[in-house]
Design a protein around this ligand. Structure first.
Ligand SMILES: *[C@@H]1O[C@H](CO)[C@@H](O)[C@H](O)[C@H]1NC(C)=O
Ligand SMILES: *[C@@H]1O[C@H](CO)[C@@H](O)[C@H](O)[C@H]1NC(C)=O
Length: 442
């Protein structure tokens, strides 16, 4: 009898070993509806939505070259800052780089799973001191209404433009659908006060649209969702200097209606590039995922691309960093693919999907606002789109994860062998002892 507890202990130990091997985090968890803010050569990623509740904060360092297929916590350049953060989990928030030092992360709105926690409308993060704060902001705004699934755009005067979005509802309390908005909130990140933009000529209410700042101080808005996916045939311009809306009708190969796509300004300031998103019924095929809009004549076309074309994504983010459109996380991609995608946009005649990031001298000057729209799904049931876009954690594991599991399993197997051998020996000795006593007794 005495070997039984030992066997249990051994089995328990092996079981723990196996479980731990599977859950060792080699990479950050997959997520969408996160924020991605580029400050001082670092892309700060905050939370997002996931099958697991993701409440973390980390950055990816863009000061050195790296290969997107070799990203792990161990090999850097991911750097975990979760220990320092004090902010409840967010998804669908808007973020920009701004503030008096032009080096502060401003986080607006979004939704949290942690309703019981104090949840401010605006948080700031100072990368120098690695600390979060709740700023005091003056001016009139109904701070009881939170918005999510909107894009924050910062202009050269430190003003953060927050247009549209969806009202955040405490589902368990309110039991109604959130409203959509079409008004413009303006947060002065230097003087810390709220203002409002004009409603005249504003697009219809929506969330999860695409938006980015153009060189002529206009913000371009397009697409999005208001119960149906909205067209990119008409695009809207908000002039930040004169507070005036206008609308442009586009030509050419107009992308299908969509939301949850990303949008960036090309390096020459004369074109915008959009990637991914979804339509009302389904995700997008890779060949329907990348478009360019010429800002001179407002004509759409499909740019020439080379390299390994990735699966399309939705609810990801895109930032311009150096010569690249840097796509982070999102839903809809295989987990054998990297969380980060790099599109080299330095040659306007041919963009290249590449695995290698090489910093350029002008990396900082190209830091674009985290220009992506995000969308709304709080639950799968109010999610109007196809389910296959949601992260499929169980179906695919990255090669590196697989290696971890394999090595762990092998290790466990060897331990099991030793354990078995040990038990066998133990038993044999016991048996021999027993035999010996029996012989003695006889
Ligand atoms: C903040 O820095 C960006 C470059 O990262 C620059 O384009 C912008 O004009 C700066 N804003 C202010 C208010 O100085
Ligand atoms: C970057 O700057 C260094 C000097 O600061 C220069 O030698 C180098 O050629 C530059 N590289 C590029 C790609 O412009």
């Amino acid at each position: 009898m005495s070997q039984k507890p030992l066997a249990y202990i051994l089995l328990w130990f092996l079981f723990q070993l196996l479980v731990n091997c599977q859950s060792i985090a080699i990479n950050p968890a997959h997520r969408f509806l996160h924020t991605a803010t580029f400050i001082n050569n670092k892309l700060y990623i905050l939370y997002g939505s996931s099958e697991e509740i993701v409440n973390d904060f980390f950055y990816l360092d863009f000061s050195e070259p790296f290969n997107i297929q070799e990203l792990t916590w161990e090999l850097i350049p991911w750097e975990d800052l979760t220990d320092a953060h004090t902010v409840p989990s967010h998804n669908g928030a808007a973020s920009v780089k701004g503030g008096a030092d032009n080096n502060t992360l401003f986080l607006y709105g979004g939704e949290s799973d942690e309703w019981d926690k104090q949840f401010a409308l605006v948080y700031t993060y100072n990368p120098v001191t690695n600390s979060w704060n709740i700023p005091t902001i003056s001016g009139i705004i109904d701070t009881t209404v939170r918005r999510k699934d909107l894009t924050g755009i910062i202009d050269d005067n430190g003003k953060m433009y927050l247009w549209g979005g969806m009202e955040v509802i405490k589902e368990n309390v309110d039991g109604r659908d959130g409203n959509y908005f079409n008004d413009m909130l303006i947060l002065d990140t230097i003087n810390l006060n709220w203002g409002r933009g004009s409603l005249v000529g504003a697009p219809t209410a929506r969330y999860n649209y695409g938006a980015t700042l153009l060189p002529n101080n206009n913000i371009i808005y397009m697409g999005g969702y208001n119960g149906a996916d909205l067209t990119l045939y008409q695009v809207y311009l908000y002039n930040t200097v004169y507070d005036i809306w206008s609308v442009k009708t586009t030509l050419g190969k107009i992308p299908s209606n969509r939301d949850g796509f990303s949008i960036i300004l090309g390096l020459d300031g004369q074109r915008i590039i959009i990637f991914g998103g979804i339509t009302t019924t389904a995700g997008l095929a890779p060949e329907d995922s990348l478009y360019e809009l010429n800002l001179i004549n407002f004509e759409w076309y499909i740019p020439k691309i080379s390299g390994q074309i990735p699966k399309s994504r939705a609810y990801h983010k895109a930032n311009v960093i150096g010569n690249y459109m840097v796509v982070s996380f999102g839903s809809g991609y295989l987990h054998t693919e990297s969380d980060i995608l790099l599109l080299d946009i330095s040659n306007y005649n041919e963009y290249i999907w590449t695995n290698n990031f090489v910093p350029s001298n002008n990396t900082q000057s190209n830091s674009a606002p985290s220009a992506t729209s995000v969308s709304s799904p709080q639950t799968h049931s109010d999610y109007p789109h196809s389910d296959n876009l949601l992260p499929a954690h169980e179906s695919d594991k990255s090669p590196i994860n697989m290696i971890g599991v394999l090595v762990g399993s092998l290790f466990a197997f060897i331990l099991l062998l030793f354990g078995g051998f040990f038990l066998y020996k133990w038993n044999k000795i016991k048996q021999e002892k027993k035999n010996a006593t029996q012989i003695l007794e006889n």
